[in-house]
Ligand binder design. Sequence first.
Ligand code: ATP
Ligand code: MG
Length: 286
Amino acid sequence: MTVIDEIYQYDGKDAGSPAGHPRIISLANQKGGVGKTTTAINLGTALAAIGERVLIVDLDPQGNASTGLGIDRRDRNVSTYDVLIGEAPLRDAVVPTAVPRLHIAASTMDLSGLELELGTTKDRAFRLRDAIAALNGNAADHSDYTYVLIDCPPSLNLLTVNAMAASDAILVPLQCEFFALEGLSQLLQTVEQVRSTLNPNLSIHGIVLTMFDSRNNLSNQVVADVRQFMGSKVYDTMIPRNVRISEAPSYGKPVLVYDLKCSGSEAYLKLATEVIQRERELRTTH
Ligand SMILES: Nc1ncnc2c1ncn2[C@@H]1O[C@H](COP(=O)(O)OP(=O)(O)OP(=O)(O)O)[C@@H](O)[C@H]1O
Ligand SMILES: [Mg+2]
């Protein structure tokens, strides 16, 4: 039985999200090291650079998004754990970053115990959704985010289910490697399951190919396969393998701040414009 089957048994159908909220997008893939956090940080920075007001929610106990944006562990007095356990409102966990218009709710290792601690609490799948809804309806200075990006852990556990239940859409980073498609069908199945039980509004925003290396035949083959399999769901923009992208987090900086001119920064800016373009299309078709 998956975590969703279990939750569905206890929670029943409790779906629907409040109107007029920011676009909430989860970076999800249960495979580790595919570029979820890198994309959360740098897509978030690129969207903020274009003028959007962005909140990143770090939902991974590893806290890589928080560290990569320069948030010291000692400054994480209130974390996403406190929010999900119900001890603090989301706005108390939000801190500004060095990037204008980009805020983050940081995480700590405590998050890894959340699933056990929440047990079979009735609303356990909706903790994040409700926290974001309360954020939006309150505190004038925090109520105006246009994008919330949720960085998920590499697993399809209760944290990822909370992210999916809170989201309008999922953005899937897929690494250009041999096993790229392995696991994708399981992820899509989970999205389908969440849609039919917890969140009927959930859609797939798109799939972004990461760590692309044009000199590598395998990379090119993977791109061809993924595009054939997923069609227009795959963004035109691909994120190249770029050493500047991997160096930036150790300075606590997004790559756009670390080296604006490198190929990685250019790609994330391009991805941001593509994401906004898809948003426009979605709005006109609904
Ligand atoms: N385009 C890229 N070029 C070079 N290195 C990259 C690129 N994207 C990500 N990396 C590096 O690959 C590693 C994994 O990336 P990242 O942490 O974003 O993946 P993740 O999916 O969030 O991992 P996890 O599943 O552990 O949360 C990191 O060291 C990151 O710096
Ligand atoms: Mg990560």
